[in-house]
Design a protein around this ligand. Structure first.
Ligand code: NAD
Length: 300
């Protein structure tokens, strides 16, 4: 892998990821539509390009980190003709499976290597270069991408062919959304039954209710001091982003004919949270929304 990287989408995640590539010795040619994002990247050593196509020109690899599938596809359609023959293109955004597959087809049509490599680990992981990458694409594309991904992350998995990275991301976050609600419901019920939160935590964290949403990211203040519940539910991982990922899970399960009734219920609850103007809070604040609605056992 050569040392010149085009990086498009220098936002909350892409900005610090690009800076970690700079720190690892890559020459990063960056582009974003927002002036503040461009400025922060330039301050960290990214060479600014005037357009996405210019950022891609002469690059050994191009990385995109963008808000949605349609935006990612339009950027790929712009940059692919400008890329060097045989170069590598990687999308690390979280997008729908259809857009992801169309993007791989665009790259294949130009003879480029391509990878979907969405991430988990949030802004903290992006800054600390400890992201988890879940990659989909050929073994050759994955091997070529590995040094780049290693400069931005800690755990790097090749999940399978084109689309497998997005599939892993969507399935994982559907588990997370559902399990956070399950843990929140249990704490809400414990409160009403007069069971202390610490007692429930002590039992469930060592019993069959044990899960990441309980032991690492506990949605009530107290038992896990580092969880956002102890910090006013400041994200962390915003409820609006959880809703985005849950909606992607529902689009994917509809397309694939999979039964995901709890995924659908979790999506509806995060939609309710978003409608209540709480999309900017950490997704674990769903505990407060559930706890404040008394006596409800069904969705509104
Ligand atoms: P963000 O909105 O902060 O960043 C996206 C950037 O893309 C913005 O700076 C925006 O100006 C830029 N952009 C939009 N359209 C563009 C275009 N046509 N050309 C160039 N730049 C353009 O979002 P983020 O939090 O950095 O998330 C990026 C992706 O990563 C999303 O797909 C998100 O779902 C995923 N993700 C986010 C997190 C997180 O915790 N924030 C965690 C995992 C995955």
């Amino acid at each position: 892998m050569g040392k010149t990287i085009g990086f498009i989408g220098l936002g909350n995640m892409g900005g610090p990821m690009a800076l970690n590539l700079v720190k690892a010795g890559f020459r990063v040619q960056g582009f974003d539509t927002v002036p503040a994002a461009r400025q922060a990247a330039q301050d960290g050593g990214v060479v600014l390009a005037a357009t996405a196509a210019e950022a891609a020109k002469g690059a050994d690899a191009v990385i995109t980190m963008l808000p949605s599938g349609p935006i990612m596809l339009s950027v790929w359609a712009e940059v692919i003709p400008a890329m060097a023959d045989g170069a590598l293109i990687i999308d690390s955004s979280t997008v729908d499976i259809d857009s992801c597959r169309k993007a791989h087809d665009l790259a294949l049509g130009r003879g480029l290597a391509s990878l979907d490599a969405p991430v988990s680990g949030g802004v903290g992981g992006a800054v600390a270069a400890t992201l988890t990458f879940m990659a989909g694409g050929t073994g050759d594309a994955f091997d070529r991408a590995r040094p780049l991904l290693a400069a931005m992350g800690k755990n790097i998995s090749h999940c399978g062919d084109a689309g497998a990275g997005q599939a892993a991301k969507i399935c994982n976050n559907m588990i997370l959304g559902i399990s956070m609600i399950a843990v929140s419901e249990a704490f809400g019920l414990a409160d009403r039954l007069g069971l202390s939160r610490q007692a429930l935590f002590d039992v469930a964290s060592k019993s069959s209710g044990q899960c990441w949403s309980l032991t690492t990211y506990c949605p009530v203040p107290g038992p896990v001091p580092t969880s956002p519940a102890n910090n006013g539910y400041k994200p962390g991982f915003a409820a609006a982003l959880m809703l985005k990922d849950l909606r992607l899970s529902q689009a994917a399960s509809e397309g694939a004919g999979a039964a995901t009734p709890l995924g659908a219920a979790a999506t509806a609850l995060y939609e309710e949270m978003d409608r209540a103007g709480l999309g900017g809070r950490d997704f674990s604040a769903i505990f407060e929304m559930l706890a404040s609605s008394s006596g409800r056992s069904e969705l509104a």
